[in-house]
Design a protein around this ligand. Structure first.
Ligand code: APR
Length: 233
């Protein structure tokens, strides 16, 4: 049983949502195996053919809307009721942590459920689907508020994530391949600050050797073992 006074930081990637039915990016059946990100997930592609990029994101929204948070998301959300401080830092854009009930979620790579108007900086959430007008401003299209390949991360988001890493007593990485930077650097901060570090991933990653504890299991099984008091089993 963990000390409930500790600050827990969960750091999640696509593997967190696999049990909800959402594919990863790089594994078997991964999104970037089926779709070339240069055609669907970078600013150049958007400028070249915004309708094609929009259609791709509409298909992903539809897929995600039909999926539910899994037991792993639920365990993380319940942790807030028991531990004095819980932060979720996610690379996922699917919004499943929030749907499960987590309230402190830092979205490193943005969200497919927000739109951004580049000329004005305006953000909208809770837009209706399918969007009637894909243009926000004259000729300009709304773009998903997602960090695409080649986009910088928002500075305030990184700062918030770094602060959480520095303050973490227990750092739990779940379902990320640890190959996409700068996100993949963040665990090193928690390691350097002496947190108890745990990796949950059925497969080895480039950072595996740096973790103190490793669960080579799917997210929900490992989380239920780590937090039996939250698993509802
Ligand atoms: N439970 C836990 N982990 C799992 C599970 C599972 N059930 N199934 C697969 N995994 C692991 C895989 O072993 C892999 O290491 O999830 C990881 C998924 O890796 P990626 O597909 O690379 O996803 P992620 O690390 O989140 O990618 C980072 O890349 O394209 C970008 O912006 C996108 O945020 C994404 C970033």
């Amino acid at each position: 049983m963990m000390d409930h006074e500790q600050h827990l930081v969960f750091f999640t990637g696509a593997g967190m949502s696999v049990e909800s039915g959402i594919p990863t990016y790089r594994g078997t059946g991964g999104v970037w195996k089926e779709y070339n990100y240069r055609e669907y997930a970078c600013q150049e592609a958007f400028e070249r053919d915004p309708e094609k990029v929009w259609d791709f994101h509409d298909r992903r929204r539809e897929k995600i809307a039909g999926c539910q948070p899994n037991r792993g998301h639920d365990i993380i959300a319940r942790a807030e009721k028991v531990f004095s401080r819980v932060t979720v830092i996610t690379q996922n854009i699917d919004g499943l942590h929030q749907r499960a009930g987590s309230t402190k979620v830092i979205e490193l790579h943005g969200s497919i459920w927000r739109l951004y108007c580049p000329p004005t900086g305006r953000l909208v959430e809770n837009f209706e689907l399918p969007l009637k007008n894909r243009r926000c401003h004259g000729e300009h299209y709304w773009r998903p508020d997602i960090v695409w390949f080649g986009d910088p991360l928002r500075e305030e988001t990184i700062n918030e994530a770094v602060a959480a890493m520095e303050a973490a007593d227990v750092f739990i990485s779940i379902g990320t391949s640890a190959v996409v930077y700068p996100a993949a650097h963040l665990p090193l901060i928690a390691m350097r600050h002496g947190a108890r570090t745990i990796e949950i991933n059925p497969e080895e990653t480039p950072l595996s050797s740096q973790y103190r504890e490793i669960y080579r299991q799917p997210a929900s099984k490992a989380l239920a073992e780590l937090f039996p008091e939250l698993s509802g089993a």
